[in-house]
Design a binder for this molecule. Structure first.
Ligand SMILES: Cc1ncc(COP(=O)(O)O)c(C=O)c1O
Length: 421
């Protein structure tokens, strides 16, 4: 007899982007022309200094265990990087290496949460936040981000959480924000810091899109007075340096927090491969100019996608403050076709045409507040982006195809019309 899985494991939902990615790859293998806008991966190759340093490190056999906190040189390079880029005042003692930013969600929860603690999460949210909170038996407390507020975190929600939750212990902040593209402005961070300062509350400041801010500049919560003590900043090489497959990132926090995260890293994965850290250190030191040029290319892609989507009847899309995602409101289309937004996304991929498809995600993959939206990543050549929008505009007019899709996908049927913004 097979042993039963834990209730926790059975309850975990995986990141839908990877599920849709698998469907898209299957369709592509079967000969379909799919424009892939579902996953947030960079289309650029790994930046050159990183690749070169990584190859050299492997040839020099830096392929053994290393310190759980990370290589001293990597920690020093990361400290210089965040000091230079965001005006933080860190040393290598404030840095711990990790296999990307995602792993720090789990370690942060292990470091700070006890069962029953409340964690404020802004919704829509990155889908792996809740499982990592629930893994510790803590409670997810949602506050909706509003399109009318450009998807910025609302400080009244933070205050309410701190005052009314029976055991407020942590806040997950993600700016620039996936999936909405919202960016917390400096005044939001000043206000948030004022609200949590001196309380027994920790903040995970998840900042993978730190180099993709399209208006003004990126600010880190950790630059606010006292926040290095109370917050953990999570950074990654996946987006800015096109290194998603290397699995490399780092966290920034106070020296005791970093020691704790190092201990938890030790218990979970021993260490991050030394050769990837050597590649990352080279990227931070040598590839920033190229990084900035590539980020500007993303910005133009985002602008293109927003402009073209806004020409489609029934679609309304804000220019995101940051990230390489756009998050158009499609509630009008969904209500007219009586299809959920994720149903619409899957219809565009599977049902709208036999030869072509567009892969994207329904906003509800990021929580209930995402109903009535789609998330499209813009990591494709410009002509493919335009082609995708033209495809969507035509696909939503094919009533016979939509009827056939709904007939065979009952779960895609919209029970109640979405509220219109
Ligand atoms: C908000 C957010 N957090 C964390 C991650 C994880 O990135 P990685 O683990 O590749 O560094 C992503 C990736 O898409 C993200 O969007």
């Amino acid at each position: 007899m097979a042993a039963s899985f834990s209730e926790f494991a059975a309850s975990v939902k995986s990141e839908t982007a990877f599920t849709v990615l698998a469907v898209a790859k299957q369709l592509i293998a079967a000969g379909k022309d799919v424009i892939e806008l579902e996953i947030g991966d960079s289309p650029f190759p790994t930046s050159p200094a990183a690749r070169e340093a990584g190859i050299q490190a492997i040839e020099a056999d830096h392929c053994h265990y290393g310190p759980s906190l990370g290589l001293p040189d990597f920690r020093a390079a990361a400290s210089d990087y965040v000091n230079r880029e965001y005006g933080l005042e860190t040393t290598a003692e404030n840095i711990v290496a990790g296999p990307g930013a995602k792993n720090f969600e789990q370690l942060f929860c292990e470091a700070f949460l006890n069962p029953g603690d409340g964690v404020l999460v802004f919704s829509p949210y990155f889908p792996t936040y809740p499982p990592n909170i629930l893994r510790r038996g803590a409670r997810v407390c949602l506050a909706d981000l509003k399109r009318s507020n450009a998807f910025r975190p609302n400080l009244e929600d933070v205050q309410k959480f701190l005052e009314e939750d029976p055991r407020p212990k942590a806040i997950f902040l993600n700016s620039p924000h996936n999936p909405t593209g919202g960016v917390a402005e400096l005044e939001d961070l000043v206000g948030l810091a004022d609200l949590v300062r001196g309380k027994d509350v920790a903040v995970l400041s998840d900042e993978p899109y730190d180099r993709m801010v399209w208006r003004g500049q990126h600010h880190s919560l950790l630059a606010q007075p006292g926040m290095l003590e109370q917050a953990v900043g999570a950074y990654t090489f996946s987006k800015s340096f096109s290194m998603s497959g290397w699995r490399l990132g780092f966290a920034v926090g106070s020296a005791p927090t970093v020691q704790m995260l190092g201990k938890l890293t030790n218990s979970a994965l021993s260490c991050v491969p030394p050769f990837t850290q050597m590649a990352g250190a080279a990227a931070m030191r040598n590839d920033c100019a190229l990084r900035d040029t590539q980020m500007q290319e993303f910005r133009l892609k985002v602008e293109l996608l927003v402009e073209e989507l806004n020409r489609v009847e029934g679609v309304s899309c804000l220019m995101p403050g940051g990230t390489f995602y756009v998050f158009p409101a499609v509630a009008e289309i969904c209500n007219r076709l009586k299809i959920t937004s994720h149903g619409l996304a899957m219809y565009l991929l599977e049902g709208a045409d036999d030869a072509q498809g567009v892969a994207c995600l329904g906003g509800e993959c990021f929580g209930d507040a995402g109903h009535g939206f789609l998330r499209l990543s813009c990591a494709q050549p410009n002509d493919r982006l335009s082609q995708a929008v033209a495809f969507i505009a035509e696909a939503v007019k094919k009533q016979d195809r939509i009827d056939a899709y709904l007939a065979s996908h009952e779960d895609a049927r919209l029970a109640q019309p979405y509220e219109m913004d």
